[in-house]
Design a protein around this ligand. Structure first.
Ligand SMILES: [Fe+2]
Length: 274
């Protein structure tokens, strides 16, 4: 375990029998995340496995028409997002592939996706004390496995946030390599009024963990490159959101629950000292 920048901690792990096993106990990882810090787990998932997820997703996307209507949260779809979120006013430009109906995919592609989403799911379950499986559950929180492509030439995701629960910890797995497959763009966070940029710190196979209520964003890919929806170059990540799409959306005001919590702890300490 090593602090590589302020609020940015790298944790080694071993990839054993399809499971990501961190060098420190899960509750210790959870404590670091909640403090809060951004934790980068070096999962050790083989590069061929990660590359296959990108190749398989691209192949599936060429055979699947782009989704256009409102999201239904009950299918496998991919969409070119270019949009400003209504409530949070966060602008976005990226291509996402969402596999809510992962279990309905053909066996081969399903297996390819599960080679990363199962380790991510198991890790998240161990971290948060859950025991959740894949599958759609109307009216309840469930997993929305997603492979996101940030094309070259100006893709990004503006500052936004999520309710802390039921996700608790957001997970972002890098499917390709900064400095080789792409040279700009990464997730940023605000912790105690300090900006934490992870761009350049997340290698292929590294999984970022963050408290889900921290304001965060994705910094842009360089405008020096030509933009194209068709060009597969750029940053690819897989994420594992867990929420009820028909539940209450995040509020307009940024949640600072952790900050209040820290302040409350401080004043309790100073009162105790008096
Ligand atoms: Fe987010």
């Amino acid at each position: 375990m090593k602090e590589v920048a302020k609020y940015l901690i790298k944790v080694d792990a071993e990839f054993k029998d399809g499971k990501i096993v961190p060098e420190i106990p899960y509750d210790e990882v959870m404590r670091l995340v909640n403090e809060p810090n951004i934790v980068i787990i070096k999962t050790g998932i083989p590069q061929e496995t990660l590359a296959k997820v990108i190749a398989g997703t691209r192949d599936w996307a060429t055979k699947t028409p782009l989704a256009e209507g409102p999201d239904t949260f009950d299918n496998n779809q991919h969409k070119q997002r270019l949009h400003i979120a209504k409530i949070q006013q966060a602008p976005q430009l990226f291509h996402d592939h969402t596999f809510d109906a992962l279990l309905d995919l053909d066996a081969e592609f399903q297996q390819t996706l599960l080679s990363v989403f199962d380790p991510m799911r198991n890790f998240w379950n161990s971290l948060t004390g859950n025991n959740e499986s894949f599958g759609i559950r109307k009216g309840e929180p469930y997993f929305h496995p997603q492979v996101t492509h940030y094309p070259l030439g100006g893709s990004f995701f503006g500052r936004h946030w999520h309710p802390l629960n039921p996700q608790k910890v957001g997970v972002i797995l890098a499917l390709n390599q900064y400095g080789k497959d792409y040279t700009s763009g990464g997730t940023g966070y605000v912790i105690n009024d300090h900006i934490v940029e992870t761009e350049g710190y997340q290698d292929m196979g590294d999984m970022i963990l963050f408290r889900y209520d921290l304001p965060h964003w994705v910094s842009p890919s360089s405008f020096a490159d030509r933009f194209s929806w068709e060009d597969p170059a750029g940053r690819w990540v897989s994420i594992l959101p867990f929420y009820n799409p028909w539940g209450t959306p995040a509020e307009k005001d940024e949640p600072q629950g952790w900050k209040t919590h820290i302040q409350a702890a401080k004043s309790a300490t100073s009162e105790a000292a008096v």
